[in-house]
Design a protein around this ligand. Structure first.
Ligand code: AHG
Ligand code: MN
Ligand code: MN
Length: 347
């Protein structure tokens, strides 16, 4: 190697930043005037929980904690052992962080009040501790979804404090426990993606400013419920079948949305006979994913309305989901000139 090549090689290794999630969030925090470091601490707690959950997910069969926990959660769904374990881990990691007022989980009926606004509670954290958990026994990607809101000390009721439109989120993202452990986050300035290097125990920046491709002929939906979908979705599917689309459906929202974020396409969970408003939960599944997709240049709707504009009324309320590449979402919306086409009453 000539001296010139050697210098270039050295420069490449020194300028190509080895950025950890912690360092990246600290740098982000300096962009917010008056930031106190509290927010960084919250992301630090979420990433710590993600590492601990990743470890348990990958050892679940060895530790014999797969399968049914034997109880139903507030959703009326059978809890998996790992739902309960992931919920405990993330509650413990978040519980003692000084700036947290409230935490709320898919697995807990009511929010947990950590401290009041007067005691320093500045943020609320909502999460789906383990999304797609019914897939865990078969080695399919599962994830943790999180959403961070500001605490409104003026609102006495904990649940109503959390019922803020998704556009009020301070940060949102997910951790995907797949072939690798991926941490995706937005704080309102674009979307950044990190990979866990298990050898050093850090999430390392692998892609800053992730953008959803504008178009990609892939749709993601559980087509088994086709006959129950509102007519607009059925007409879209007929059109897609005639226009060379392929279908990809994993059944874990985190995995399906992550593929859509990177590859493009459209992910949908429409209203069905069993879930007339849609199956996915607004506050800790649809809203955080919608913020990520929008921040990456995509679109996210619930019926005819922008998901992030919806005014929530209950912590565990469900919504229909349509999100992904801007062009692909618009292809679906073309078949919904009225709310009834999307499964909702016309005003
Ligand atoms: P969770 O495991 O947190 O209850 O979420 C499961 C959700 C979501 O991950 C996925 O998109 C959807 O359920 C799949 O539902 P179907 O099995 O009805 O397609
Ligand atoms: Mn879920
Ligand atoms: Mn879940």
């Amino acid at each position: 190697m000539s001296p010139k090549d050697a210098t270039a090689a050295t420069r490449a290794t020194t300028t190509e930043n080895l950025a950890s999630l912690q360092a990246h969030i600290l740098a982000e925090e300096t962009r917010h005037p008056g930031a106190s470091g509290d927010f960084t601490w919250i992301v630090s707690a979420i990433q710590f929980a993600g590492k601990a959950i990743a470890h348990m997910v990958r050892r679940a069969r060895l530790e014999q904690v797969l399968g049914d926990y034997g109880e139903e959660n507030v959703q009326g769904e059978r809890q998996q052992h790992m739902d309960v374990i992931a919920n405990r881990i993330i509650n413990r990691c978040l519980g003692e962080r000084a700036s947290i007022a409230l935490v709320a989980s898919e697995e807990d009926e009511t929010p947990t009040i950590i401290r009041t606004g007067a005691e320093g509670g500045k943020y609320c954290v909502l999460f789906d501790p383990l999304d797609g958990s019914s897939n865990l026994d078969f080695g399919v990607g599962v994830g943790t979804i999180f959403s961070v809101l500001r605490n409104d000390a003026e609102v006495a009721d904990a649940e109503q404090t959390l019922c803020q439109p998704g556009s009020m989120q301070v940060a949102a993202g997910y951790i995907l426990y797949g072939s690798s452990t991926v941490f995706v986050i937005t704080t309102g300035n674009g979307v950044d993606m990190f990979e866990l290097d298990p050898h050093i125990g850090s999430f390392l920046l692998v892609k800053g400013g992730v953008r959803v491709p504008r178009a990609h002929r892939v749709y993601s939906i559980n087509e088994a419920y086709r006959d129950q979908f509102p007519r607009g979705y059925q007409s879209y599917l007929d059109w897609a079948h005639r226009n060379g689309y392929s279908s990809r459906y994993i059944g874990s929202m985190v995995a399906d949305v992550h593929r859509t974020l990177l590859q493009g396409g459209v992910f949908m969970y429409p209203p069905t006979a069993k879930h007339r408003d849609g199956k996915l939960r607004l506050l800790y599944e649809a809203n955080p994913m919608a913020m990520v997709i929008e921040q990456a240049g995509g679109l996210a709707y619930s019926g005819l309305e922008r998901t992030l504009a919806l005014q929530p009324h209950r912590l565990h309320q469900r919504t229909s989901v349509l999100m992904g590449s801007a062009d692909e979402v618009e292809h679906v919306r073309r078949f919904m000139p009225t709310a009834a086409d999307a499964g909702f009453e016309d005003d």
